[in-house]
Design a protein around this ligand. Structure first.
Ligand code: ZN
Length: 493
């Protein structure tokens, strides 16, 4: 394998691709915003998990020692820009009479199960927000001490105006404070704030709020943005390499994280901000009100009105990787079926490689294929180009298998290693397709066995048995053709 790589990654903050230079090579610190656990894992969870799984795998392959931190948001909070309202875990716990942590654990388990099915590697550390209240309180104190926050009726708010006098609030999302104010909705609790753009660092809990912790200001809970700043710093230090998440987190979540970092320690913690683009379903945003909200389990079982069949976890993974992580991905049955075929074509090529017989010369340029694959990965993780290159190679493999080309011993070994590295180690695909192939093979053998029995009956002039096997197979959709060398069959379904 080549070792001279310059990985370029697109930094959301600088808005350009930058060569990746870790602060403390060979160590790399990487933080990705993990799931909020008040619902079943869905497609929206799959994309960031798979995107950063590819980065995690590739960095390790390049020889880096990666500490990958992906948090669990289990202290409630509303999903988007609201600091207010009843905690979702608490609400479900109240309605179903469960301990709030029981609700969180239930969904954490389901999330882990789905990630394992998608062959997403577990992170190095998976800290829970609820286990880091002390660190979050410390962060709030620092920001207060530095004069960038104020207390109001038991809550603590970040003073965006004050911050913006010294720093640029909005530098990650490319906004200025006026844009922020223009788009800020009136929310509950606004009367406590000096400025509508101010965000909560600590919220005083209402009496009905179950999830609450003591603090110097009130019994309450930390603002959503605090957990990632506090836990990123705790496990990766004051300055670390990569912070990732979905594009929907750029504002306000990551913008607020930057402000908290600068307000508490004087500078940015993160060197490279990376964001994956969003997912649509038949061209529409996924949403409960649109009737197209599909959980991962529903994809795996096919149990949803919008799905015409079940899709394996590998089909979902492969489909997501066929798009660049900064492009949108539109899910439709047609697109997923195409991905399913593509994946099995690729896995067939892996199997065909094992059957190729080497010769003295090669008609295939393995180094060229390797260069193209690595160049694509080094170019901001361009997995669609990697996949296209592997498809090209698969075509050449088929040509050689058909006797219209050749491959030398060394090239064959290199090509096998290359396919293994890219398909399994980097793209994280698994031989799931070959398990299906195994079943298909057993199925074919069973049909051949029956037709063998029919042939025996024919030889014995037992026409009744002969016809019965034929007719019953025909009723199941098999088309049987008798030829002079025995019979052939295909399934017309
Ligand atoms: Zn976060």
């Amino acid at each position: 394998m080549e070792t001279n790589h310059t990985l370029y990654i697109y930094n959301t903050l600088s808005r350009r691709k930058e060569p990746f230079k870790p602060l403390h090579a060979p160590h790399v610190g990487m933080y990705v915003c993990g799931p909020t656990v008040y619902g079943d894992p869905h497609l929206g969870h799959a994309r960031p998990a798979i995107t950063f799984d590819i980065l995690f795998r590739y960095l390790k392959l390049l020889g880096y020692k990666v500490r990958y931190v992906r948090n669990i948001t289990d202290v409630g909070h509303l999903e988007h820009d609201a600091d207010e309202g009843e905690d979702k875990i608490a609400k479900k716990a109240r309605l179903e009479q469960l301990e709030p942590m029981e609700v969180a654990q239930f969904y954490i388990n389901r999330y882990h199960k789905a990630m394992e099915a998608l062959n997403v590697l577990p992170p190095s550390i998976e800290p829970h927000a609820s286990g880091h209240i002390i660190e979050q309180i410390k962060l709030v104190k620092e920001i207060l001490d530095n004069g960038f926050a104020y207390e109001s009726q038991g809550s603590v708010y970040f003073d965006v105006n004050k911050y913006n006098e010294h720093h640029h609030y909005g530098k990650l999302s490319g906004r200025n404070l006026q844009d922020v104010l223009n788009t800020t909705r009136e929310l509950d609790g606004q009367n406590e704030k000096r400025n509508p753009a101010d965000f909560a660092l600590w919220k005083c809990a209402q009496p009905e709020h179950i999830m609450r912790w003591p603090s110097p200001w009130s019994d309450g809970f930390p603002g959503w943005h605090c957990e990632c700043t506090a836990m990123g710093r705790k496990y990766l230090g004051n300055h670390f390499d990569i912070h990732g998440g979905g594009m929907d987190l750029v504002f306000p979540h990551h913008e607020c994280e930057i402000a908290q970092s600068v307000a508490s320690q004087g500078d940015d913690m993160v060197h490279y901000w990376m964001h994956n683009n969003m997912i649509t379903i038949n061209g529409q945003k996924m949403g409960k009100s649109l009737g197209n909200f599909i959980t991962l389990e529903q994809f795996f079982t096919g149990n949803h009105d919008k799905l015409s069949q079940a899709y394996t976890p590998m089909t979902i993974r492969f489909f997501i990787l066929q798009a660049h992580y900064r492009s949108t991905v539109d899910f439709s049955n047609e697109a997923l079926q195409a991905a399913e075929k593509g994946l099995s074509r690729l896995m067939d090529a892996v199997k065909a490689l094992d059957r190729l017989k080497p010769t003295a010369t090669s008609t295939i340029n393995v180094q060229d294929i390797a260069d193209k694959c690595y160049e694509a990965m080094d170019d901001d993780l361009n997995t669609p180009i990697v996949i296209a290159t592997l498809f090209d190679a698969a075509k050449q493999i088929n040509t050689i298998a058909a006797g219209n080309g050749s491959i030398s011993d060394k090239d064959l070994e290199d090509l096998k290693a290359l396919f293994h590295t890219f398909c399994f180690d980097i793209l994280g695909l698994t031989q799931e397709a070959s398990n299906n192939a195994g079943r298909e093979e057993a199925f074919s053998k069973a049909v051949d066995l029956l037709l063998g029995e029919r042939q025996k009956a024919k030889t014995n002039k037992d026409w009744a048995t002969c016809d019965r096997i034929r007719n019953e197979l025909a009723a199941l959709g098999f088309e049987i053709k008798d030829g002079k060398d025995g019979c052939t069959w295909k399934l017309n379904k």
